[in-house]
Ligand binder design. Structure first.
Ligand code: F6R
Length: 364
């Protein structure tokens, strides 16, 4: 049932405040403002290394989590896509933690990578949406996302639910290791609990994004740029656009622009820059200026202050609410989903069933 929406994808995008709330409810206690994480067979305080493995959009959730684990828990983290990981004979430290992220719980490459990690002495923690699934069954610990059934082939609500579960886990790891002060736990929990409200606020800007998507639908190529924890959101924005609108798109770390992709920039290639005000804002904005100087059309996704500071040479602006940096990548995922959705609808593609794609990839 699509409710009032034309497509499952739209319904699922707009369900996000609710399902993120459901997912969070499993991992935080709002009354005493503490985390509530599943018991692990290993001690997070001493675990030597974390390996995160997934495919596609789920792998981008893993990439965001890498930034969180490193910042909050000061632990070394490796992220890889399952199809590469499973054959590259990875050397894993004894007693490490391996995290698998999958909406369906059935992705063949992810499951094979899980079995490799299991055979190499890793504790297996999976973040899955489908509880009755192969990946869930083969794991030592499961953290379920409570996104509900995701019908649209393009993953949206599962992604943001994966992100909040991973954020809770990263903070819990930091508390266990003492790299986060115990006194900060209530504030961090409150910040997580603000996510649904800010996602709803972001969704209320749908009509502006819809209008802009009409322009994006006319182009052949789009670049997405982000730094730090917005780099994976740039990758996700590009994947979402290409898979449902068939517009060629690439996500890049903003600092990589001058190492090649800037050669593509002209007035026909919109560049979507994700840069709320934070410690890296100025760096990303200077990359944005390089694009503008070469005649590129920039769509800037930022908060009010960031949009104002960026000046008036920006072609289009999408305003994000001002949020704590902890949850900023989750909020930034929403406008790139909406942009892809409306661009695809404008092009008249089959949004929920894009060509050549299956919801669950059970062959390698
Ligand atoms: C993109 C998308 C895919 C999946 C990937 C992993 O929108 O949906 O990239 O994220 O196939 O699928 P799961 O999460 O089921 O393992």
């Amino acid at each position: 049932d699509k409710g009032n929406h034309r497509h499952f994808m739209a319904k699922e995008i707009f369900e996000q405040p609710e399902v993120i709330g459901h997912t969070l409810a499993n991992y935080v206690n709002p009354v005493d403002e503490t985390l509530r994480l599943p018991k692990l067979p290993i001690d997070l305080a001493t675990v030597p290394h974390i390996t995160i493995i997934a495919c596609g959009t789920a792998s981008y959730a893993g990439l965001v989590a890498k930034y969180w684990f490193e910042r909050f828990a000061r632990i070394s983290v490796e992220v890889d896509i399952a199809s590469e990981f499973r054959y590259r004979e990875a050397a894993l430290p004894a007693g490490g933690l391996a995290i698998f992220i999958s909406q369906s719980g059935e992705t063949a490459d992810t499951l094979a990578a899980l079995r490799y990690c299991k055979a190499h002495g890793q504790t297996i923690l999976s973040i899955v949406n489908v509880a009755e699934s192969s990946i869930a069954r083969d794991s030592d610990v499961i953290m379920r996302t409570h996104a509900g059934p995701e019908i649209g082939v393009a993953s949206t609500k599962a992604f943001t639910c994966q992100l909040v579960a991973l954020a809770a886990l990263a903070i819990g790891t930091g508390l266990a290791r003492g790299t986060i002060d115990a006194a900060d736990e209530p504030r961090l929990v409150r910040t997580l609990l603000e996510t649904p409200r800010h996602v709803a606020e972001m969704l209320s800007r749908d009509s502006e994004i819809h209008a802009l998507a009409g322009e994006i639908a006319k182009v052949r190529d789009v670049l997405y740029l982000g730094r730090g924890h917005f780099f994976p959101i740039a990758l996700e924005g590009a994947l979402k656009l290409k898979e449902i609108s068939y517009i060629h798109a690439e996500g890049y770390a903003a600092g990589e622009l001058k190492h090649g992709p800037i050669a593509l920039v002209d007035e026909n290639v919109p560049v979507i820059v994700i840069a709320p005000v934070d410690a890296l804002y100025e760096k990303t904005i200077s990359n944005m200026q390089e694009v503008i100087a070469r005649g590129g059309k920039v769509v800037l996704i930022s908060d009010r202050e960031g949009l104002d500071r960026a000046g008036d040479q920006v072609w289009a602006k999408i305003e994000m609410p001002k949020v704590d940096p902890l949850i900023a990548p989750i909020i930034a995922a929403i406008p790139v989903q909406l942009l892809a959705y409306h661009a695809a609808v404008a092009k008249g593609t089959d949004v929920d069933q894009p060509r050549n794609l299956a919801k669950s990839v059970t062959v390698e």
